[in-house]
Write a protein that binds this ligand. Structure first.
Ligand code: AMP
Length: 419
């Protein structure tokens, strides 16, 4: 098995990694780190939870330490753009952790908070800037940020950036960067728009991929339960009370839905907190800290706010509302079952949402096992099978041991309960 020493990392990084208790590099780290140390541009196809942050942070730190700057005020040498504040904060924490034995300064800037302290830190000089695009451009426009010395440019979660409408901001930033630099682009999915964006600024990139679909299928026990819309809250409350869970992340489609669900859960004495874009940064940080520390076991989130939530020990993910587009399913359930731990993902499907379920099954290449033995089961919510499978003899909606379309994913023998 590859070790971090095999990857030719320098001593201060090895020391920090051992303090972090990382024993072996993850597959994306094994593949990306040597290429990046070699100075190549990298196009990484990986989702959060694969160890992708270390895959780019470690080589950047190393290369920066090996080619130290001239004396004087520190120019920004690495720029990492991230779609959300939470993810930016986590990337910043990673740089701090891995670089703790180095003399490099990093700073995280994002909107929603006063800019005063960010401006002060920028004035003192930073080596690594982690930022959300809006605030970054804002500060740049005011003359607080100079990107003229950037040697490393990382675009993280690029697909999400485009979904959030950041494409123009990204293009603006690209124009401000020096011509000679090393580029990294990470994205969980690789739609055509990302491929086009990548070809606009990556120079003969090495493509590094870890298969999110396989990890989804392998490590996480997935279930779907069909129920009336009005019964979803009761079903969820029952599951929360009945299942043996450490921490659960519950996904709703809307911010309003998240708030409403928290109130409904509190009515049946389940403590929960909501995290979404309408909450203040302080409220989001408070909810996330409570969740990390275990005082809040249930966090209700929308897709956007959930990006970058990296909390260990999430035993269950509930899709209170089915995700749309289907790719979000992979992001959502990837929050559990990390680092080899078994996670459970339960989706509630109401009448009318069956199309979303089938789209997910098509994407992940398997049928999600159905749990129908429960109080709130609703037959009418079960969608017809996918068109191209109608010729198959056996309808599978009620199947207790659903057939997998791919070999090697047979979960028969697993109990058909929520856990
Ligand atoms: P990421 O995909 O970058 O969000 O990382 C997911 C989680 O995995 C983070 O909590 C990291 O601290 C952790 N992690 C990253 N690399 C390793 C490793 N080689 N060994 C153990 N944990 C890791």
């Amino acid at each position: 098995m590859t070790t971090f020493t095999d990857l030719q990392l320098i001593e201060p990084l090895l020391k920090a990694l051992s303090e972090e208790k990382y024993e072996h590099p993850t597959p994306i780290q094994v593949r990306a780190i040597p290429q990046l140390l070699d100075g190549r541009d990298v196009l990484g196809c990986a989702q959060t939870g694969t160890g992708k942050t270390a895959a780019f942070a470690l080589p950047i730190l190393q290369l920066m330490a090996e080619h130290s700057r001239k004396s004087g005020r520190r120019p920004i040498r690495a720029l990492v753009l991230s779609p959300t504040r939470e993810l930016a904060a986590q990337i910043g924490e990673s740089f701090a952790a891995y670089g703790r034995h180095m003399h490099l300064r990093h700073l995280v800037v994002f909107g929603g908070v006063k800019q005063h302290s960010q401006v002060r830190s920028l004035a003192r000089g930073v080596d690594i800037l982690v930022a959300t695009p809006g605030r970054m451009l804002d500060l740049q426009g005011q003359g607080h940020i100079d990107l003229g010395s950037v040697e490393f440019f990382v675009l993280d979660e690029a697909d999400r950036m485009l979904d959030m409408g950041f494409v123009h901001d990204i293009r603006k930033v690209l124009k401000m960067l020096p011509r000679t630099r090393q580029n990294l682009l990470f994205s969980a999915t690789m739609p055509q728009t990302i491929v086009e964006l990548a070809s606009a600024f990556l120079d003969r990139p090495v493509r590094v991929e870890v298969d999110p679909q396989a990890s989804t299928v392998e490590a996480i026990a997935q279930r779907v339960m069909f129920t009336e819309k009005s019964n979803k809250k009761h079903l969820l409350a029952n599951l929360i009370k009945a299942l043996d869970m450490d921490r659960a992340l519950v996904f709703t489609r809307t911010k309003h839905g998240a708030n409403r669900l928290v109130k409904q859960l509190e009515r049946v004495e389940i403590t929960a907190a909501a995290i979404h874009g309408n909450k203040s940064q302080n409220a989001r940080t408070r909810a996330l800290n409570g969740f990390r520390q275990g005082t809040i076991r249930i966090l209700v989130a929308t897709d956007l706010a959930s990006r970058g939530i990296d909390v260990e020990g999430i035993s269950h993910v509930f899709n209170y509302d089915l995700p749309h587009p289907a790719e979000n399913y992979v992001h959502r359930i990837g929050r559990t079952g990390r680092a080899g731990a078994q996670g459970v993902a339960i989706s509630l499907c109401e009448p009318g949402d069956g199309g979303y379920l089938r789209a997910i099954e098509k994407l992940i290449g398997m049928d999600i096992p159905v749990v129908s033995k429960h109080h709130y089961h609703c037959e009418a919510a079960i969608p017809p099978p996918l068109q191209h499978r109608q010729s198959q003899a056996k309808p599978r909606a009620h199947s207790r041991s659903p057939r997998k379309r791919r070999a090697g994913h047979n979960r028969r023998g697993r109990p058909q309960s929520g856990r």
